[in-house]
Design a protein around this ligand. Structure first.
Ligand code: TYD
Length: 140
């Protein structure tokens, strides 16, 4: 994965999205090994509401890349032993989210557009939506 900001202990794996910037505007590209999985699904969140948080689940197998292509939100990741957060506030600042990572999205700006690239099609059975179940599964 190019340009991944990877501290050994950090859950937050930020990726700089390559871009072409010129007087007409900025063009951002995902290709080659970004994301580090084959994209099987793309979705995006719009019309987010500042006081409503989202997420509150983990995935057993799914890997994802998330990027606020407009506006911002605060992404919280939790691997069952620690919890970290980061602002997604730039179209050049993507985050890689591995499987078995509890995620919450808070503090959406009204203009946030959160783009998500996913390694598999939607599968409800891949979700862990209960935090206690996630902790139990993370402990293995
Ligand atoms: P949900 O998982 O609650 O979203 P978030 O994690 O952002 O809070 O998903 C909302 C609804 O959309 C839920 O009924 C499942 C459905 N959904 C799909 O059908 N396909 C998808 O790819 C996704 C991400 C969600």
């Amino acid at each position: 994965m190019p340009s991944a900001k990877k501290s050994a202990n950090s859950l937050i794996k930020l990726v700089q999205v390559p871009s072409w910037n010129d007087p007409r505007g900025n063009l951002f590209v995902f290709e080659k090994d970004l994301p580090p999985f084959e994209i099987k699904r793309v979705y995006y969140l719009t019309n987010t509401v500042e006081n409503f948080s989202r997420g509150f689940h983990a995935h057993r197998d799914l890997q994802q890349i998330a990027v606020a292509v407009n506006g911002r939100c605060r992404m919280v990741l939790d691997d069952g032993t620690k919890r970290e957060d980061v602002w997604l506030d730039s179209p050049s600042k993507a985050i890689y989210i591995d499987s078995m990572m509890w995620r919450e999205m808070h503090d959406f700006s009204a203009d946030c557009v959160l783009l998500v690239l996913a390694s598999a099609e939607y599968d409800e059975s891949d979700y862990i939506r209960n935090y206690d179940d996630f902790i139990a599964a993370a402990k293995g």
